[in-house]
Design a protein around this ligand. Sequence first.
Ligand code: ZN
Ligand code: ZN
Length: 603
Amino acid sequence: MRNSTLALALAASFGLLAGCQAPATPAQDGGGTGVGATAGAEDTRFAEAAESLLMRALERSPEWSIYAGRYDNAGQLTIPDAARRTEDLAFARAALAELAAFDPEQLPAAQRIDHMLLVNHFESMVWYQQEFRDWAWDPSNYNVAGTVALLLNTPYADEDERLRAVMARLEHVPAYYEAARANIDDPTAEHVELAIVQSRGALSVFDDGLRGRIDASGLDAGDRDLFNRRIDAARGAIEGWIGWLEGEQQRLAASGDARSFRIGEALYGQKFAYDIQSHYTAAELYQRAVGEKERLHAQMDDITRELWPKYFSGTAMPEDRLKRVGMMIDHLAARHVERGEFVDEIKRQIPQLGEFVREHDLLDQDESRPLVVRETPEYMRGGGAGASISAPGPFNPTADTYYNVSPLDAYSDEQAESFLREYNHWVLQVLNIHEAIPGHYTQLLHANKSPSLVKSLLGNGAMIEGWGVYAERMMLEQGWGNQEPEMWLMYDKWNLRVVTNAILDYAVHVDGMTEDQAMDLLRREAFQEQTEAANKWRRVRLSQVQLASYFTGYAEIYDLREQRKAELGDAFSLKDFHNRFLSYGNAPVSAIAELMREQHPED
Ligand code: ZN
Ligand code: ZN
């Protein structure tokens, strides 16, 4: 699973960066005109305007630049104060005026999508600042460590140059936290707690490890001394910020009427529209997810009844359908690889998935850019096991794409067993489909063929994640796993997680779902372990819309495919559908659907 690049880009465009997560940025080359464009005066003019706009946006947001893999202004720290917000607003409005000078109807398809993404980006900027206003109630927006950790861990230049960039960034850290404190007014207790935890984590970036690197560097004595003093001041500012947050925490606990973490119907609907750019409204998507949960439960029960004699002969089947399904899942989960074989098993499956896609003619693949399976680098591990795709950013297009797999070394026997039961024989295959072939990695290779700086920096996260989730079901439908009922049951349980995430997000933020109701949904209806459900309850209080994005993208892609099938009848080809769908790059599914119909009405 990966973070939404859109959310990241939005956070970064405010100069506000959340935490120390390492983002996976889709790889694309810069420039280019894209799909089916015939060069004309208008598209050349738009390509230049779009590129110039983005470069100016990156230039004024060093934080966004660093996450995008561009380091020429890495030494500047953005101070998130009121003056900066005024400048952000002026920049966004000027950008929207520049974009309004183009008529999207006159642009080729790829550029129309770029135009739409840019307009959405700058309209979002205005909305986030003026309506959503999380800069005033979510203190976890303020953290200077994420960018510093990236500069220290990414070998983009020699050690001394990177250390100098960090030293320059540290100069104004006290002013940064002073601005943060001035911004926060009526925070939620949940985000105060998160900010405390993440700020304590930030201190670990400015530790003896960094001081050791300064000692071993080529910096002269004067610079080393200055650097160390700036680290002292930065640590002091972070500690002061933590102390202030702890005071807020006590104040909120005593007052008993802290701001709710639930953002409510109006803000949720708007955030859904800006972050996902779906053709569904938030309420429609919620209804779609509720229906899907019912469909999955019915299917899982059918499979459980079919398998019952095979695994539980002589045992009475419980009356309650969710109980019997849960028993079957629990029984099957015992089949999994040994903890020491986890990484090797993933390496073994990747070429098999590629072969299956070739044999079944499902979509084009590109042999020239192989996926490198590796153990997750230490600094990216963040405490848990798991898997993710790391793709090179738009400014480093020739770098390798990695499939990061964390070995289970740090786990106790009990934790490892629980993890392996979750990523059991069947689910591990589904995970590899999602992350690698034909999921994220394959989608990326297609996106690279129509390179656009706009789509790589402002790409639609719901489409990218939706494709990963769509790929899982499509592969099983095409016969991966030999239509084994066990494979389908485990897939359904896995898919139920995406479906219930969407239900949970809306129900909690809009309908006031309680913790007990949430735990019942996750534990009883989605068969989750206590730890997973508790983590999800924590996450839904800290984020909004993101948990619904995977299901939205998936449902839209699946619906589009079924509609195309119905429209085209015998002329429908799955391979053509996939290649064409992916040729538009990281665009909102709603935009792709429109362009596909327009450009290819009958093939
Ligand atoms: Zn994913
Ligand atoms: Zn076991």
